[in-house]
Design a protein around this ligand. Structure first.
Ligand SMILES: *Cc1c(COP(=O)(O)O)cnc(C)c1O
Length: 395
């Protein structure tokens, strides 16, 4: 008989990062110490081997998103990819216009970059979302002006998992001759993502969110209908079609490629199993813990749920469980103060509701036992915190 032993702590923060799949690590290992060549070295077998491995990874990554390998630009991660896409497009198309449309719920890598562009001559429209966290494609269309060069809207949200109507948004952007950039860091490898069917022109994504290594990401840059031009942000040997100079991170790229190849095969089954576990966790909290789910429950990623526990401070709840369960509150620490999540605020939550929210991010290795344990420990801790609050009031 196989005993499924519960190993603590339980990791439920897979939207922050994922463990490297052992098959990814295995694929990467030779490229540290045996095949350590520089992929740009043209004169010997070390370089050729590295280049061949990079080419294979480029094909694996392109294939996962329906792109051509030449449309994949390697970067250090999705943050750098978003910077290259937004700043690179802004500088290239400034003669055409300076207007960018984005949303209130973007990841900071997109929002902060857009805000920077505002300080160097850009004009920004930041569209709201509805209470389910969804952007209205009609509002995107209404915001387009003759000055608009780019629409920057994420594929799926990192805090709530809400999936945007990217297909409709892509269609609108195309119709108006405006570029469509999408941050697909959370969606790629978890649900089908196809740059052709969604009319995406630029797309950022990252290896470490899909069981690959940290420090390895990509930007998809469309080469046909239209051919997207970008101004490079990092100059030096002209690597990556002159868009991103610097010696390629060959082990990281090989790991990224392997992670994409595995995701292509296993994504559907993982989505089914994790969404079952996620629904069980969520329903248990809704049934017993005065909990509400933030974001859309229909248009969302399979492995994440963001829950508000009424009357509870998420930081106190996390302090009560974080020895044994790793989760995240949406709140971000900016210097000394804790700010409520800008995403939850955009959904219409007040500060108190936003501060009572916790994100549970499941992964492909999450087990039944881990979910049982999480339901039990979180429920106990919530009840304890409520009775403390109650006795403080009645004392
Ligand atoms: C993690 C994440 C990023 C940043 O990715 P890095 O590779 O860590 O720079 C950007 N956007 C979203 C939606 C993310 O979840």
């Amino acid at each position: 008989m196989i005993l499924n032993m519960l190993k603590l702590p339980v990791y439920l923060d897979h939207n922050a990062t994922t463990p490297c799949d052992p098959r990814v690590v295995e694929a990467m290992l030779p490229f540290f110490s045996l095949q350590y060549g520089n992929a740009a070295s043209r004169n010997h077998s070390f370089g050729w081997q590295a280049e061949e491995a990079v080419n294979q990874a480029r094909e694996q990554i392109a294939s996962l998103i329906g792109a051509h390998p030449k449309e994949i630009i390697f970067t250090s991660g999705a943050t750098e990819s978003a910077n290259l896409a937004l700043r690179g497009a802004f500088e290239t198309y400034l003669s055409k216009g300076n207007h960018i449309i984005t949303t209130t719920i973007e990841h900071k890598s997109v929002l902060d970059t857009c805000r920077h562009l505002e300080t160097v001559g850009g004009k920004l429209t930041i569209l709201p979302v509805n209470t389910k966290g969804l952007v209205d494609p009609d509002e995107v269309e209404a915001a387009i002006t003759p000055e608009t060069i780019l629409v920057a809207i994420q594929f799926a949200n990192n805090e709530t998992g809400t999936i945007q109507p990217v297909k409709q948004i892509g269609e609108i952007a195309k119709k108006h001759g405006v570029l469509f950039f999408s941050d697909a860091t959370q969606a790629t490898g978890k649900i089908p993502v196809n740059v052709i069917s969604a009319d995406i022109d630029l797309m950022s994504f990252s290896a470490h969110k899909i069981y690959g290594p940290k420090g390895s990401g990509a930007l998809y840059v469309r080469r046909k209908n239209p051919r997207v031009k970008l101004k490079a942000q990092i100059l030096g040997g002209g690597h990556e079609n002159n868009l991103r100079s610097g010696t390629l991170n060959v082990p990281g790229i090989v790991g990224f490629g392997t992670a994409c190849a595995l995701a292509a095969i296993e994504m559907d089954i993982i989505a089914t199993t994790t969404s079952c576990l996620r629904d069980r966790l969520e329903n248990a909290f809704i049934a017993t813990n005065h909990a509400t789910v933030n974001g859309s429950r229909t248009s969302r990623l399979p492995h994440v749920t963001n829950i508000s526990f009424t009357g509870i401070e998420a930081e106190a709840l996390i302090m009560g469980i974080n020895k044994n369960i790793a989760v995240s509150s949406g709140a971000a620490c900016t210097s000394a103060t804790i700010e409520p999540s800008h995403v939850l605020k955009a959904l219409g939550l007040n500060d108190q509701q936003a501060f009572s929210s916790i994100r549970f991010g499941l992964g492909k290795n999450t087990t039944d036992e881990e979910i049982d344990y999480t339901i039990k420990l979180v429920s106990e801790t919530v009840n304890n915190l409520r009775s403390i609050a109650h006795s403080a009031i009645t004392a």
